[in-house]
Ligand binder design. Structure first.
Ligand SMILES: Cc1cc2nc3c(=O)[nH]c(=O)nc-3n(C[C@H](O)[C@H](O)[C@H](O)COP(=O)(O)OP(=O)(O)OC[C@H]3O[C@@H](n4cnc5c(N)ncnc54)[C@H](O)[C@@H]3O)c2cc1C
Length: 417
């Protein structure tokens, strides 16, 4: 057994990271009240893009070459954890724009694609979204019916995607469609393309400051140079994006739990019933202790998964420098790549499964600590409760992640889906 990975783990933040994370903290605090008002009014928080853009958060893990800050994945996850304290709704904006938006382009795009599309996304001129799910293809994207065919110098897309985060105003989305040979490919689509339509989805239970769209492609024209990755390799692109998406959801969930704990401590120390403050009651302390254990266990799972994801990233970036045909080298026969990808995939799934279940549990406990005062949307804990219901469903429903975790442990012949 090797203990080398454990001894190399170092989650201390450097001076430079601290300055950045302090800026994130300041912006989070400055928009807190406005985020609440926007949530209650069910509208997008229009201060997010300018204020987080100003401090570079719109391109935190994106290379400086494309206007980003060039931070590593752990630093990005620390920032996402802090943003998560303001709620899953705010955090979802960043997951959609950065984790399953920009990072997919950074990882799989050609130099021309990155120059053309990424640069505008790091300065906030253009916001991104990720469109994989369809009305009849959720947990099982292989059922997708969106199609593409080649015509002239273009691809023509037809089909419907739904639940696309940021989809009502994103200028660029990545999407996935099935070709005439049945294989799925990935594409970068300009929202201004002919045949592209996005409509807001209404009546959500929570996540009220982020908007989701149903997107229809009706003979939508996508230039050939907007193919993302190799033809027929779309699911590999999508599944690698979901590793980043899951990590951001898990990191955000840690922030949610921290806020549930802080709110519960604050409230229980001042609310008196039966002769003393709630904080002195043993059954209330049981809620607080469970939240604390959930925060600590989830946080380390996120950090460990983030490190595994960074190693995968470094390996692929190294290949890109050495080999113009780097995408051909990313296959099951490449044992080093397979091992790094499986590890990142497995650890991200574990972190997401654990942290989201734990966040929903923490939010539920926090509402209980607040009693009737926690049953009003004006309280932070009520909003955490409503929003945390979504995170056990999206970026891989938790049942499906359990299947992934078990089959990755036992090998491909035990694939349950
Ligand atoms: C708020 C929100 C935001 C979203 N944002 C995006 C986005 O930006 N982009 C995007 O592409 N999609 C997005 N989604 C879609 C999301 O990823 C899907 O909802 C999710 O993958 C589940 O798919 P589904 O809803 O169709 O449920 P289904 O796949 O129909 O699953 C229903 C239930 O069955 C379970 N289940 C499915 N298969 C199995 C199995 N083999 N064994 C046991 N149980 C199983 C699931 O776990 C779930 O509990 C979003 C969804 C929500 C709610």
């Amino acid at each position: 057994m090797s203990y080398s990975n454990i001894s190399k783990m170092n989650f201390e933040v450097s001076g430079e990271q601290k300055i950045f994370l302090d800026k994130i903290d300041r912006v989070c605090k400055s928009i807190r009240d406005y985020e609440t008002r926007c949530y209650l009014d069910e509208k997008i928080n229009d201060r997010v893009i300018p204020e987080f853009g100003e401090i570079g958060m719109l391109g935190c893990p994106i290379s400086k070459k494309y206007g980003g800050l060039g931070y590593d994945i752990l630093t990005y996850l620390f920032a996402i954890e802090r943003i998560g304290r303001e709620g899953n709704s705010l955090r979802t904006f960043f997951s959609a724009h950065v984790s399953i938006g920009q990072m997919v382009l950074q990882n799989w795009g050609t130099e021309e694609q990155k120059k053309k599309y990424l640069t505008n996304t790091t300065n906030g001129t253009s916001i991104m979204g990720f469109a994989l799910t369809e009305p009849d293809a959720g947990s099982d994207p292989k059922r997708m019916t969106t199609t593409f065919e080649e015509r002239g110098g273009n691809y023509i897309l037809n089909g419907t995607k739904h639940w696309v985060g940021n989809g009502t105003f994103a200028k660029v989305i990545t999407t996935y469609a099935r070709g005439p040979d049945g294989k799925i490919s990935a594409f970068i689509v300009d929202a201004s393309s002919k045949g592209f339509d996005a409509q807001e989805m209404h009546n959500k239970m929570g996540l009220l400051t982020v908007k989701n769209a149903e997107i229809t492609f009706e003979n939508c024209l996508v230039p050939k140079q907007n193919l993302l990755g190799k033809i027929g390799n779309g699911l590999s692109v999508a599944f690698s994006a979901l590793i980043d998406g899951r990590l951001s959801v898990a990191a955000g969930a840690v922030g949610v739990m921290k806020d549930c704990l802080d709110e519960s401590i604050r409230y229980s120390q001042k609310r008196e019933q039966h002769g003393s403050v709630l904080a002195k009651k043993q059954l209330i302390q049981e809620h607080l202790a469970t939240m604390i254990v959930n925060i600590e266990s989830s946080r380390w799972l996120v950090y460990r998964a983030g490190m595994a994801r960074q190693k995968l990233h470094d390996y692929v970036e190294g290949l890109k420098e050495k080999d113009a045909n780097w995408q051909d080298a990313l296959n099951r026969e490449n044992k080093e790549y397979s091992a790094l990808r499986n590890k990142a995939d497995r650890l991200a799934a574990i972190a997401k499964l654990h942290a989201t279940n734990a966040a929903f549990d923490c939010a539920n406990r926090a509402v209980q600590v607040f009693g009737s005062y926690g049953y009003q949307k004006t309280s932070r804990v009520a909003r955490h409760f409503l929003d945390s219901r979504a995170i056990v469903i999206y970026e891989g429903a938790n049942e499906v992640l359990k299947l992934k975790i078990a089959s990755l442990e036992m090998g491909a012949k035990y694939d349950a889906y």
